[in-house]
Write a protein of this length. Structure first.
Length: 254
């Protein structure tokens, strides 16, 4: 059955909107897709987060949805981990990042391991760049099947010291970016007539806020609600949308 998942995944063309989280990734070959679906990771304190695309939680569920994607994130570089694990499963990946050098480094690493990946410079808060990234993915791989919205920043600041500029920057990248890239991806998926999948990386901070991150927690809470709203509207187009809320992970993003 796992072979069936991999065969299906090899047809996927994926856009990962990475943003700033592309560095300090430490791969661990001991974690497999089978481990994720069996729940081994949930019992292993060495792993900080498991990212699921879709709602399958067992092999029985997966028999009816073998084309769903699973990947994981350690305590560094969520975007790079997502791109790398999707590639390991056989997917073609477009990495969109404001830092083109970092994106190209990740794409090169994937290629060196036999995967298929390209990089494009894109601003998470730019509507024009969202459309450009989607079209680059289609041009490179022929189609867009899955979007991962991962770009995010979290400048530490007490609520009374958050400036209007800081507030706008956090919300532009963390929230508006999710909307813009999801719109662009959804339009392409609908145009192509095959539907697709989207995964939005939220945060536990969006459910349980803490001090000095009022702007960040607000943005992530909004990502969760936006995910629900988009899922309701786009389900009729065979587009499945989910959000994942990782806990604390050491990654650049200030």
């Amino acid at each position: 059955m796992l072979d069936k998942i991999v065969r299906e995944l090899k047809t996927f063309r994926i856009l990962v909107a990475v943003g700033l989280a592309t560095r300090r990734f430490r791969p661990d070959a001991s974690l497999t897709v089978a481990d994720v679906f069996e729940g081994v990771v949930d019992r292993n304190p060495d792993f900080d987060a498991v990212v699921f695309e879709g709602r399958a939680t067992s092999y029985a569920d997966l028999e009816a949805a073998a084309n769903r994607v699973a990947n994981w994130a350690r305590a560094a570089g969520i975007g790079r981990a997502i791109a790398s694990r999707l590639s390991e499963a056989g997917a073609s990946v477009m990495i969109a990042d404001i830092d083109l050098e970092a994106a190209e480094k990740t794409a090169s690493g994937i290629a060196e391991r036999g995967g298929r990946a390209q990089a494009i410079r894109a601003d998470a808060s730019s509507e024009a760049d969202a459309g450009k990234a989607v079209q680059a993915t289609v041009a490179a791989f022929g189609s867009l099947d899955l979007l991962v919205n991962n770009a995010g920043i979290y400048p530490i600041s007490p609520v009374l010291e958050i400036t209007a500029e800081m507030w706008d920057r956090v919300l532009d990248i963390n929230l508006k970016g999710v909307m813009l890239y999801s719109q662009a991806a959804a339009r392409e998926m609908i145009r192509a007539g095959h539907g697709g999948k989207m995964v939005n990386i939220a945060s536990m901070e969006g459910l349980h806020p803490r001090k000095v991150l009022a702007h960040y927690t607000t943005s992530k809470a909004a990502v969760i609600m936006l995910t629900k709203a988009m899922a309701l509207e786009l389900a009729t187009h065979n587009i499945l949308i989910n959000a994942v809320a990782p806990g604390g992970i050491m990654t650049p993003g200030a």
